[in-house]
Ligand binder design. Structure first.
Ligand SMILES: [Fe+2]
Ligand SMILES: [Fe+2]
Length: 154
């Protein structure tokens, strides 16, 4: 069975250290939510699992988007605003997940296990989708732009 470590591939690297470290943290988060859903038959998803997932997503988003947008501004990346707009979409989705968590907390302890699992699956699908559609597409695009223009700004 593959471990978390060897699922990480060299092509995920943007060669911008601070960004790669943060993306790796996001990748670990994807793996964590995936395992949570996979293991749900033997270890049911708890409210506390969702609290941890959402907290980690919020911490990632606030720190990482700021770091990335600062970099895009510094290098005069021409597609900066569509990029920021996508970050805003993530933040909007995060608001939805946080609101849902708030509802589950308010209804606790009478909320059923299926509701926790449903939420975890929704988060897990979104994280995987974000990994593929944003990080491996839009982030790779700005990284190659920065690589081409690095000499001029160094
Ligand atoms: Fe990113
Ligand atoms: Fe991004």
């Amino acid at each position: 069975m593959e471990t978390r470590v060897n699922l990480w591939k060299p092509e995920y690297q943007l060669d911008i250290e601070v960004i790669d470290d943060q993306h790796r943290g996001f990748f670990d988060l994807c793996m964590k939510s995936d395992m949570l859903c996979e293991a749900a038959q033997t270890r049911p998803v708890q409210l506390q699992d969702l609290v941890h997932l959402i907290y980690a997503m919020r911490a990632y988003a606030f720190k990482h988007f700021h770091a990335e947008e600062t970099l895009l501004l510094k290098y005069g990346y021409p597609r900066i605003y569509p990029h920021i707009r996508q970050h805003d979409v993530f933040l909007g989705k995060l608001q939805e997940f946080t609101a849902k968590l708030n509802d589950l907390l308010a209804a606790s302890p009478s909320t059923g296990q299926e509701a926790f699992l449903d939420s975890a699956k929704g988060i897990n699908d979104y994280l995987a989708d974000w990994w593929g559609r944003h990080i491996l597409s839009m982030d790779l695009d700005y990284a190659s732009f920065i690589r081409e223009h690095k000499g001029a700004k160094a």
